[in-house]
Every structure is written in C-alpha cells, then in structure tokens.
Design a protein around this ligand. Structure first.
Ligand code: PMT
Length: 396
C-alpha cells in the first residue's frame, strides 16, 4: 500500500465511528489517505478526528465557507487510486445508483475514472428491501465492488445482516484490490450447511453445522468478483448479492443433484457442507409411534458429493474439500486430500473451544496437494473465507 492514494468517502451512519480505525490501518500501511465526508456523517464522527488521523484536510462541502475556496471534485477523482465509501448508507447507495448528485462525495463518485468500492451499513430490513437490492444490482453493473455487510448486533437493537464489514476486512479487501486486480468472470460452486435425512414426516438425522463457514466463503468470493453457485442445506444464513445463485436443499441426495447440475459450468468447487454420510434406508410415511423400547433404524450410505465432483472434473476445475475430524486430524485430512484427489483441504480444529459449529470464529489448517501447510490463527469465518479465496485466486 506504500504511496497508494486512498480516497475515503464517509456517509452518515453509526458505523462511521469505525472509520477512525480504518484510516489508521491505511496510514500504518503507508498509504496516503484523503477523506470526503457527507454533511450528515459529521453527526457520527468528528471531522477533526478524520483530518487528524488522515493527516489531510477533510472536505465536506463544495466550497469552504470561510475562504470561498472550491473543493474540486474532479481533482479528488483524478488523485485517487481507489474510492472507498464506508459506511455506505441506503441514501448514498440510492443516489449513486440513480444519478443524484447533491453533495461533494457524490460529485466525486460520478467523476471517478478508477475503482469505487462500497461497504454498505444499514438495518436488516433495509438491507433486504427490494429497492436496495435493485440499486445494488445497478451499482454492480456500473462496476462498483461491494464488500458485503456482516451479521451481528445492529444499532437498532435488532440482530441480523447489515453491520458494516469490520475495518480489518475492508482493509484486506482494498489491499487485495490494489495488489492484484479483481478476478472477474469465474464461477465458484460452494456447498454449505448440514443435510437433514428424514426418518419420518417430523424427524430427521442432522448435524450441528450452521452454514456460517460456507456462507462466509461465499461472501469473500462475491466480494472478490466471482459468480457463486451456493448449494446450501438448511440454514438461517442469508446473503444479498447480484452475483449469487443460491440453491437450497435438505438432503444429501438433493445436494448431490444440485451439484451435478451446476459443477460442469464452474471453475472451482469449495465443499464446506457437513453432509450426512448415512440416511435412513426408508422414510416412514407416518410419524413413528413410541411403542418400542429400542427402535432400529437401518441406515444406508449417502453419495459422496466431493468424490463425485473430483472424479468428474475437467482439467481446469480446482477442487477444495473440508475435513472435520476428532482424532488423528492431520493424518485423516491428508488421506482425504490424496484419496479424493483434491487441490486443497481445509482441516477444522476441533480442539479449540472458540472454534465452534454455529459460532463466528474458526481455526483451520490448509494443506495443498504437495502437503504444504498453512496454519491460520483463530479468527472470524469471514477472514478465513478471505484467506481461502485469496489462495484460490492465486492458483487460477
Ligand atoms: O457450518 P458451520 O457451523 O460454520 O461449521 C463449519 C463446518 C465445521 C461444518 C465446516 O467448516 C466443515 O468442516 N465442513 C465439512 C465437515 C465434514 O463433513 O467433513 P468430512 O470430513 O465428513 O467430509 C470431508 C469432505 O467431504 C467435506 O468437504 C464434505 O463436504 C465432503 N463430503 C462428505 C460426505 C459426503 N457424503 N459428501 C461430501 O461431499
């Protein structure tokens, strides 16, 4: 980032307070930072903080009210290597998508010749509103890159998707954009979540996977510019993105069918789903009554989706598997890497209490086909997704 010119646009949302930290990250990386704030954003973060940390004068209006000096939006747009708008509110996104230009930041955006990246932040219902989705589609079509919002506590007190990505995540994304251009037009297939195997109309065999890891990989891939087929078992996770094609399934057989349809048109597959290895041999049509002391349910093997994808792949298709083991972790993971002829395998640590099914954190070690190991520290599943997608895009 040394000497790179980052133009940071700050709009009026609660997440603006985090921008102080983002500026510090860029400054530590020796980037040059200039900031334009919308008038509303100064209710959320003081221009004095922004100018002090960025070591540059901050512009808010088209002209300086004491000197009459014009803050030339064209000069800003020509100066910047990249414009990052964070937080990007629904209001600013709506105006960007529809050509409305009533402040200095918007005038600068419309004058940009280089990349614009936005990090949306808003409440969960706004984040899913059809009008917002339409505008995101337009911006994507206009070449704007979107760093998806994250899930968590929102300023409204609600919990859900809409939190601005953390400053570290935004910085990583911008670093990647600066160091290598975004990988365009490749398609990834990602499996996520558990599968549920029906016993009778009300019961199933399942596992504790929440889908968070797979969805985090999908978010990272979308942010990097990939198109994504996301085949997911039952989950509460959601992603809003124009390049996402989501296919919800329940059973391993359904997941297999979906993968068989989409895999031939993909460049890479990441198989993070926790697929049930067995399913009941037959599903009872009626709810099973509790007459027996011991109930025998015969199980039969499910198809191994990852093995099928690996066996049927074309030369250009990369394939990454996951491994979850409770003993002899490395040995078993490396055997899977070899047996299933994978390009990489991601081994979960089951020994760390904080790296859990359903939690935000995970700890993994990645092995490639030459058995090189990359041990990642405990971190958010989104950051692991970003690391993995970076490795994949370097390989392609
Ligand atoms: O969803 P979260 O709560 O965030 O949790 C994430 C996770 C722990 C589920 C995820 O990180 C993970 O490890 N997923 C794979 C778990 C697993 O099923 O591992 P396995 O060792 O049983 O399977 C090996 C590989 O074969 C996996 O890539 C799996 O997707 C694939 N597989 C397994 C069985 C099968 N019938 N078909 C498959 O494709």
């Amino acid at each position: 980032m040394f000497g790179k010119r980052i133009l940071l646009g700050i709009t009026g949302g609660i997440a603006a307070y985090k921008i102080a930290y983002l500026i510090r990250i860029f400054k530590k990386q020796e980037a040059e930072v200039k900031c334009i704030m919308t008038p509303a954003s100064s209710d959320f973060i003081s221009p004095v903080v922004v100018s002090t940390l960025s070591e540059n004068q901050v512009s808010i209006e088209f002209w300086d009210k004491t000197t009459g000096k014009w803050n030339n939006h064209v000069d800003y747009a020509l100066w910047a290597d990249v414009l990052i708008i964070a937080p990007a509110t629904m209001n600013t996104i709506g105006k960007m998508a529809n050509g409305l230009c009533d402040n200095l930041l918007l005038a600068t955006y419309f004058s940009m010749k280089k990349k614009t990246i936005i990090a949306p932040a808003m409440d969960l219902d706004m984040y899913r509103h059809p009008s917002f989705l339409r505008n995101m589609n337009i911006l994507q079509g206009d070449g704007v890159s979107i760093i998806p919002a994250e899930e968590g506590e929102l300023a409204s007190g609600l919990n859900g998707e809409g939190r601005m990505a953390e400053p570290e995540t935004i910085a990583t994304f911008v670093n990647d954009f600066i160091s290598e251009s975004v990988v365009p037009k490749q398609t990834l297939l990602i499996t996520a979540g558990p599968t549920f195997e029906h016993i009778d109309p009300v019961r199933y065999i399942g596992n504790h996977s929440s889908g968070k890891m797979g969805f985090a990989i999908a978010k990272a891939a979308l942010a990097k510019g990939y198109k994504v087929h996301l085949v997911s078992g039952p989950t509460k996770e959601e992603i809003v993105h124009p390049n996402l094609m989501r296919h919800d399934v329940i059973t391993a057989n359904q997941m297999m069918e979906a993968v068989q349809s989409f895999w031939p048109n993909c460049d890479c597959g990441v198989f993070s789903a926790a697929v049930a290895d067995y399913r009941p041999l037959s599903k009872s049509e009626e709810k099973i009554k509790k007459n027996e002391d011991v109930l025998d349910i015969k199980l039969t093997k499910n198809p191994d989706i990852l093995s099928w994808a690996s066996a049927s792949r074309e030369n250009h298709q990369k394939i990454i598997g996951f491994a979850l083991e409770t003993n002899n972790e490395e040995e078993y993971a490396l055997k899977k890497l070899e047996r299933k002829k994978l390009d990489m395998i991601v081994l979960n640590s089951t020994k760390d209490d904080q790296a859990t099914f359903g939690g935000e954190l995970n700890k993994v070690t990645i092995f490639d086909k030459t058995q090189n190991r990359i041990e990642l520290p405990l971190q958010t599943k989104l950051n692991i997704g970003i690391e993995l997608i970076n490795l994949i895009s370097k390989e392609q």
